[in-house]
Design a protein around this ligand. Structure first.
Ligand SMILES: C[S@@+](CC[C@H](N)C(=O)[O-])C[C@H]1O[C@@H](n2cnc3c(N)ncnc32)[C@H](O)[C@@H]1O
Length: 295
């Protein structure tokens, strides 16, 4: 963990330490020593609005990011990764995004469901592979690997009650930001219908606790990017993987989920072997496959 060289720490204190030019742009660089992270996490604020700085301060405390002096970090503010060889959480005037050293500030990964929940989007059907895998009898779903929340938001829009669990605090912060923006948009709020609930934590522990069992559990662990997937998908996977690493414990998650729920759906790349042999059913999409374990 980097040592905080400022007297009191905190983004505002840091503002007094960065070069004037950086401060004028409202850029602050902080670094995390989070145990699970694959590389250093840097945080930048590209706004000097009081409201945004206050939000950044809260997030900084919550994620336990340690401040470093920008002058100790050569190249800070040049690329989104600040030249420190890691990923950067960027808080702008209106959203939070995650970028890596290869990205310029701006085109990082953010939670954005407008392409399927926004105005004029009618692509949602219960005939699509994910909904068929979940089944028409299910009402409550636990998404054990929420990630950027696309599956969870889609299932909520299809009418399921969704409890989405994410264990990476950084990815969870992106999710919360995306849900909040969606709720500020009347069309997207309507589509979600109050059916999506986010929860930070490890789904293995959450599932193992007593409580009403969900009708179905969805598991979508990280897997290698596909040749056929879009450039954007490859980029978002690459950046998220930098922060969360590989989900090597997915088979254990599946075992726990199968003890709890009557139906568990595992999303896989179409050329990957099943996480556990002999799924009850398999439903194939364009580039992914859903393995269903039912009892
Ligand atoms: C491939 S992404 C999921 C993408 C997601 N289905 C979507 O539509 O955006 C996998 C995510 O699951 C999370 N994850 C993996 N195992 C988990 C667990 N046991 N509990 C909670 N989150 C987990 C990882 O941190 C990662 O963010």
């Amino acid at each position: 963990m980097m040592e905080d060289k400022s007297a009191t720490g905190g983004i505002r204190d840091m503002m007094g330490m960065v070069p004037t030019q950086e401060r004028a742009r409202g850029w602050v660089t902080v670094m995390s020593g989070m145990a699970k992270a694959q590389s250093a996490i840097t945080m930048m604020v590209t706004s000097d609005r009081e409201r945004v700085l206050a939000r950044a301060k809260i997030l900084e405390n919550r994620l336990r990011l340690d401040l470093i002096d920008a002058s100790e970090c050569p190249g800070a503010g040049a690329g989104a990764g600040g030249g420190v060889g890691g990923a950067t959480l960027v808080m702008t005037d209106d959203h939070l995004e995650l970028a890596d050293d290869e990205s310029k500030p701006g085109p990082g990964v953010m939670v954005d469901w407008r392409d399927f929940l926004g105005r004029g989007k009618h692509g949602l059907s219960r005939r699509q592979p994910l909904a068929r895998a979940i089944g028409k009898d299910a009402r409550t779903i636990l998404d054990a690997t929420a990630g950027l929340g696309r599956d969870a938001a889609m299932l909520a829009a299809l009418g399921y009650q969704v409890r989405a669990i994410e264990r990476s605090p950084i990815v969870f912060a992106l999710l919360e930001d995306g849900l909040q923006r969606s709720l500020n948009d009347p069309i997207m709020r309507d589509a979600l219908g109050g059916r999506l609930r986010l929860e930070e934590g490890d789904a293995r522990a959450i599932l193992a606790k007593d409580g009403p069992a969900p009708d179905a559990v969805l598991i979508d662990p990280m897997y290698p990017p596909k040749k056929k997937s879009s450039a954007m998908a490859r980029k978002s996977i690459r950046i998220v993987r930098q922060v969360v690493g590989a989900d090597d414990d997915a088979a254990e998650l599946l075992a726990i989920a199968r003890r709890v729920a009557r139906r568990v759906v595992v999303k896989r790349a179409d050329d990957s072997p099943p996480l556990v042999a002999d799924p009850t059913a398999t439903i194939t999409g364009n580039t992914v496959r859903y393995d269903v374990y039912a009892r």
